[in-house]
Design a protein around this ligand. Structure first.
Ligand code: CIZ
Length: 326
C-alpha cells in the first residue's frame, strides 16, 4: 500500500495531466479530505461544492461524494467534464424520490411551489421551482411563506418537519429519510448527555424531531462545524456523519468529539452513523477516476431545466449575504 505522500504525489501529477480539481464533501473519509486540501481543491457542503466548481479554470472536476453532488456540479458546469469516484455511490434520499413518481405527486397540488432538497437527482431538480441545501432551507421557506406561498417539500420528511416547526409553513411532505440521521436514538442520547455533562449537542436537521429537541445547535454541516469551534464545552456530541469529525478536530484539537448513539431501543444499525455510499469513495478510486464509467453525463434538456432552481438558490443566498452585510 502506498504512503500518503506517494499517493499525494501521484494524484498531483494526475490532476495536472488531466487539468482537474477535486471537490469533496465533509462526509468522505479523512484521507480524501486531506488530499483535496493538499491539492488546493475544496472540502465543503454541497452548496459550496457547487459554487466552487463554477470559479475554477480547470476543464475537469472530480467530485468526491455522492452522485447527486456530481450531477449538481455538471449542471452548473456543463462545459466541464465531471467525474465521480464511484457512479454507484448514491443517497437514500435521492433513491427515495424517483422523478416519475414525484412528478405525479406534484400534479395533485398545482397551486403549490415545489421545493426540493439538494439530495435529489437531476431529474427531480428539473421539475422543481427551487432547490435548497440544509443551510438555505429555513430562510428560503420563511421567504416563500411571507409571500403567501404553499409548498411541496421533498424528499426528507424530518428536515421538512423541522422547517415547519421553525417557520409554520404550509408544506406537504414527501416520505423520504436519510438512513444515517434517521438512526439516532433518543433514550441513548439522553443517557449520553447525563454522562458527559460538560457537553454541547450538535444535530443535523435530517434527524428525527426527538433528537432535534435535545440539540444545542441544529444546522447544516457547515453550521455544525462552526458551532463546534465556538463551543466552550469539553465534549461535543455530534449527530451527523462521523467523517465530519476531521474538520471539527482540526479547528478544536483539545475538544473531545463523540458520535451521537445509533444503538439502543429499536436499533437496526443499517448505517451506524456512517453513510455507506460516502464510504465507497477511496484514494485508490481517485487514482483510477479518469474512466468513462465515472463520468457524469446528463441530458441537455435536464441540465437547462435543473439549472433554474439551483441558480435561484445561489442568487437567494447571495442576496441574503448582501442584505446581512448592508
Ligand atoms: O448539503 C449538504 O452538503 C449536505 C448533504 C448536508 C449539509 O448539511 O451540508
Amino acid at each position: 500500500m502506498n504512503s500518503y505522500k506517494e499517493n499525494l504525489k501521484q494524484i498531483k501529477q494526475l490532476l495536472k495531466k488531466n487539468d482537474a480539481k477535486i471537490i469533496a464533501h465533509y462526509y468522505v473519509n479523512e484521507t480524501i479530505q486531506k488530499i483535496t486540501e493538499d491539492t488546493n481543491g475544496c472540502v465543503s457542503d454541497s452548496l459550496q461544492m457547487a459554487k466552487f466548481g463554477i470559479n475554477q479554470k480547470e476543464s475537469c472536476l472530480i467530485v468526491a461524494g455522492v452522485k447527486f453532488m456530481g450531477e449538481t456540479a455538471k449542471i452548473l458546469n456543463p462545459e466541464k467534464k465531471v467525474y465521480v469516484l464511484d457512479i454507484e455511490a448514491t443517497c437514500s434520499l435521492d433513491l427515495s424520490c424517483p422523478a416519475d413518481e414525484f412528478s405525479e405527486f406534484c400534479k395533485q397540488y398545482p397551486d403549490r411551489e415545489v421545493v426540493v432538497y439538494a439530495n435529489t437527482s437531476a431529474d427531480v431538480k428539473s421539475i422543481a421551482d427551487w432547490v435548497v441545501t440544509s443551510s438555505m432551507a429555513v430562510p428560503l421557506i420563511t421567504h416563500l411563506t411571507s409571500q403567501g406561498k404553499k409548498i411541496i417539500w421533498a424528499p426528507d420528511k424530518y428536515l421538512g418537519n423541522y422547517i415547519i416547526d421553525r417557520t409554520g409553513a404550509d408544506m406537504i411532505l414527501w416520505d423520504g429519510s436519510c438512513i444515517v440521521h434517521e438512526e439516532y436514538k433518543t433514550q441513548s442520547l439522553k443517557k449520553m448527555i447525563q454522562k458527559y455533562q460538560d457537553c454541547d449537542i450538535l444535530v443535523h436537521p435530517e434527524s428525527p424531531r426527538s433528537i432535534i429537541q435535545l440539540a444545542d445547535t441544529v444546522g447544516s454541516t457547515t453550521d455544525l462545524i462552526k458551532a463546534s469551534k465556538k463551543s466552550n464545552h469539553k465534549y461535543i456530541i455530534v449527530a451527523t456523519e462521523k467523517n465530519i469529525f476531521y474538520q471539527m478536530k482540526k479547528l478544536s484539537p483539545n475538544k473531545i468529539f463523540l458520535e451521537a448513539p445509533t444503538e439502543g431501543e429499536g436499533a437496526t444499525c443499517k448505517s451506524c452513523g456512517k453513510c455507506p455510499w460516502m464510504e465507497m469513495n477511496s484514494v485508490q478510486k481517485i487514482l483510477n477516476v479518469f474512466n468513462k464509467k465515472n463520468e457524469i453525463i446528463l441530458d441537455k434538456n435536464i441540465i437547462s431545466k435543473a439549472k433554474i432552481p439551483i441558480n435561484k438558490m445561489v442568487s437567494f443566498q447571495s442576496n441574503q449575504l448582501t442584505n446581512r452585510a448592508s
